[in-house]
Design a protein around this ligand. Structure first.
Ligand code: KIV
Ligand code: ZN
Length: 505
C-alpha cells in the first residue's frame, strides 16, 4: 500500500535562523499562509524562548493558520517548554517540539551532562510537555553521531513519557544515504516502540546530501520529513522541500510513497520566500531554479518539441510554473482582476482589493503586458507592507557620463515633507546619499541588486537593498518600471523595516 509521508516545514524556524533570512511578523504570517496553501502537514513557526518577538510571532501565526499543525521549538528545559506552550495557546493543532543532544561530543562539551542525566531529562521533559499538549515531538540533536544503543534507550524513555513523533536528525550534515539507511534500520530494530510513533528525519546539507539522506530515510521507514523551502537553513541549509516532494511525486512508482503537498504551489512558495528574504535561488537549482525547465541545446529543443517526455521528467505546470501568461491589460475591470487573484490563491478583503486594483491600474498604465508574475509581485508585496515612517514623494535625478550624478529626493516623514540633494558616483549612489541625509542615520549598505520580474523592455524592475543595523540585515524591496525609482523605494522600505522592527512588540 502507498505510504503518505508527512511534510514538516521548518522554513520559519531553522530557515529563518540562517544569515540574511530573517523575516518580520507580517512576512512570517504571509509565508505561513502560503505553506498552509501548499498543504504542508506541520509548520515549525519558531523558537519561542529565543526572544519575546519570536514568541509573539508564533502566537500570531497560530491565529492565522488554522488547518495544519503549528509546532514551537523548545530546549529540554521547563522554562523553554512553558514559553513554547505560551506561544501555541491560540493554535488549533499545537505541537511542542523538544530537543536534547545525544552525541558524546554534544553531551560532554555543550550540555555538560552524563548520558544518564540525558536519559532522565528526556523522559522528565517529555512528560512535562505532555501535561500541556498531546502532540509532542522529541528530537535527539546530533543523532547521527550518537551511539545507536544509547539512542534506542533515549527514544524508548521519550515514547514511554508520551512523545508522539521521534526525530532522528543529521544535525551537522555528516551522514551519507547508505549509512543513514543502515543507522535508522538499526535504531528501529533496537527500539521497537518506534513503530508506534511517527519517525521523523531532519537533514542538514553540509555535504550536499540533505535531500538524498532524507529519501534514504523514507526507505528505512521514516514517516515525516523536516525540510525548508529553497533549502534555506543553518550553514549550508536543510533538505529542500521542493526537491523531496517532487522526487516522491515523480518517482511514485519507485518509492510507493506520496505527500499531501499541492505541488502547484511550489513555485509560488519559492518565489515568495525569495521576495521576502531577498535571497535569490541559484539558476540551476533543482525544481525551482530559473533554468530547471529551460532547454538550451538544439538537440534537446528538437526532442522536446516532438515529445516533451524526451527531456522532461516532470511538467512545469506540476509545480505551478505556467504563470507567465498574459493576463490583464489596462482595460481590465475590477471583477476580472479579482477573479485572477482568486485563481492565484489570494483572498483579499475589500480594502486590500481596492488598494491592489489601484496598483494594478497604475502598472497597466506604464506596462503594456501585465503577467501573472507581475500581479503576484504586486500583491504579495502589498500583503507584507508595514507602516511607513518614510514615503517617497518625488525625485529628480541628473546623470550622464560627463557629469557627477545629482539626486534630489523628497520624502514624506510623519506630517511633513523633507527634501535633500546629494551627489555621488552614479544616480543610485547619489540617491542613497540623499536618503541617508533625510533619514538622518548612516546605515551600512550590505548589498544591492536589481532584477526584472518578467522579460521585455517594459519589465518591472525589482530592486533589493540590504541595510545592516546592529549586526542584523534588513531587506528592502522596490518595484517600478523605472529602476532608479525601484532602488529608492527599496532603500526606504529597508529603513522603514528597521524602524518598524525596532518598535515592534
Ligand atoms: O538540526 C537540528 O538538529 C535541529 C533540531 C532542533 C531538530 O534543528
Ligand atoms: Zn536543524
Amino acid at each position: 500500500m502507498e505510504r503518505v509521508i508527512k511534510i514538516f516545514d521548518t522554513t520559519l524556524r531553522d530557515g529563518e535562523q540562517s544569515p540574511g533570512c530573517s523575516m518580520n511578523l507580517k512576512e512570517k504570517i504571509e509565508m505561513a499562509q502560503q505553506l498552509e496553501r501548499m498543504n504542508v502537514d506541520i509548520i515549525e513557526a519558531g523558537f519561542a524562548a529565543a526572544s519575546p518577538g519570536d514568541l509573539h510571532s508564533i502566537q500570531e501565526i497560530s491565529k492565522h493558520v488554522r488547518n495544519i499543525t503549528v509546532a514551537s521549538l523548545a530546549r529540554a528545559h521547563k522554562d523553554d517548554i512553558d514559553k513554547a506552550w505560551e506561544s501555541l495557546k491560540y493554535a488549533a493543532n499545537p505541537r511542542i517540539h523538544l530537543f536534547l543532544a545525544t552525541s558524546p561530543i554534544h553531551m560532554e562539551y555543550k550540555l555538560k551532562m552524563t548520558p544518564e542525566e540525558v536519559l532522565e531529562t528526556a523522559e522528565k521533559m517529555v512528560s512535562y510537555a505532555k501535561s500541556y499538549c498531546n502532540d509532542i515531538e522529541f528530537s535527539a540533536e546530533d543523532a547521527t553521531r550518537s551511539n545507536v544503543d544509547f539512542l534506542a534507550q533515549v527514544f524508548s524513555r521519550a515514547i514511554n513519557a508520551g512523545a508522539t513523533t521521534i526525530n532522528i536528525p543529521d544535525t551537522v550534515g555528516y551522514t551519507t544515504p547508505d549509512e543513514y539507511y543502515n543507522f535508522l534500520t538499526a535504531v528501529i530494530e533496537k527500539c521497537s516502540q518506534l513503530k508506534t510513533v511517527d519517525i521523523s528525519v531532519h537533514c542538514h546539507n553540509d555535504l550536499g546530501l540533505g535531500v538524498a539522506n532524507s529519501i534514504a530515510a523514507i526507505k528505512a521507514g521514516a514517516t515525516q520529513i523536516e525540510c525548508t523551502v529553497n533549502g534555506i537553513g543553518e550553514r549550508a541549509g536543510n533538505a529542500a522541500l521542493e526537491e523531496i516532494v517532487m522526487a516522491l511525486d515523480t518517482r511514485r512508482d519507485y518509492f510507493n510513497a506520496a505527500t499531501n503537498i499541492d505541488t502547484r504551489q511550489i513555485m509560488r512558495s519559492s518565489s515568495l520566500l525569495s521576495r521576502i528574504t531577498g535571497v535569490k535561488v541559484q539558476p540551476n537549482k533543482a525544481i525551482v531554479g530559473a533554468n530547471a525547465f529551460a532547454h538550451e541545446s538544439g538537440i534537446h529543443q528538437h526532442g522536446v518539441l516532438n515529445n516533451k517526455e524526451t527531456y522532461e521528467i516532470m511538467t512545469p505546470e506540476s509545480i505551478g510554473l505556467d504563470t507567465n501568461k498574459l493576463v490583464l491589460g489596462k482595460h481590465s475591470g475590477r471583477h476580472a482582476f479579482n477573479d485572477k487573484l482568486i485563481q492565484l490563491g489570494y483572498a483579499l478583503s475589500k480594502e486590500e482589493l481596492d488598494e491592489a486594483f489601484k496598483k494594478f491600474k497604475d502598472l497597466a498604465d506604464k506596462k503594456k503586458d501585465v503577467f501573472d508574475k507581475d500581479i503576484d509581485a504586486l500583491v504579495s508585496r502589498q500583503k507584507v507592507e508595514i507602516p511607513n515612517a518614510f514615503e517617497l514623494e518625488k525625485y529628480v535625478i541628473n546623470s550622464g557620463n560627463t557629469i557627477t550624478s545629482t539626486a534630489t529626493i523628497r520624502v514624506k516623514k510623519e506630517d511633513s515633507s523633507v527634501e535633500e540633494v546629494a551627489i555621488g558616483e552614479g544616480p543610485i549612489y547619489a540617491s542613497f546619499k540623499a536618503l541617508e541625509k533625510i533619514i538622518g542615520r548612516d546605515f551600512e549598505l550590505d548589498d544591492f541588486a536589481l532584477n526584472s520580474v518578467t522579460e521585455g523592455e517594459d519589465a518591472l524592475g525589482d530592486a533589493v537593498v540590504r541595510l545592516k543595523e546592529k549586526n542584523r540585515v534588513y531587506v528592502g524591496r522596490g518595484l517600478s518600471t523605472d529602476i532608479i525609482e525601484a532602488s529608492i523605494i527599496a532603500y526606504i522600505n529597508a529603513a522603514n523595516k528597521i524602524i518598524y522592527e525596532n518598535t515592534e512588540v
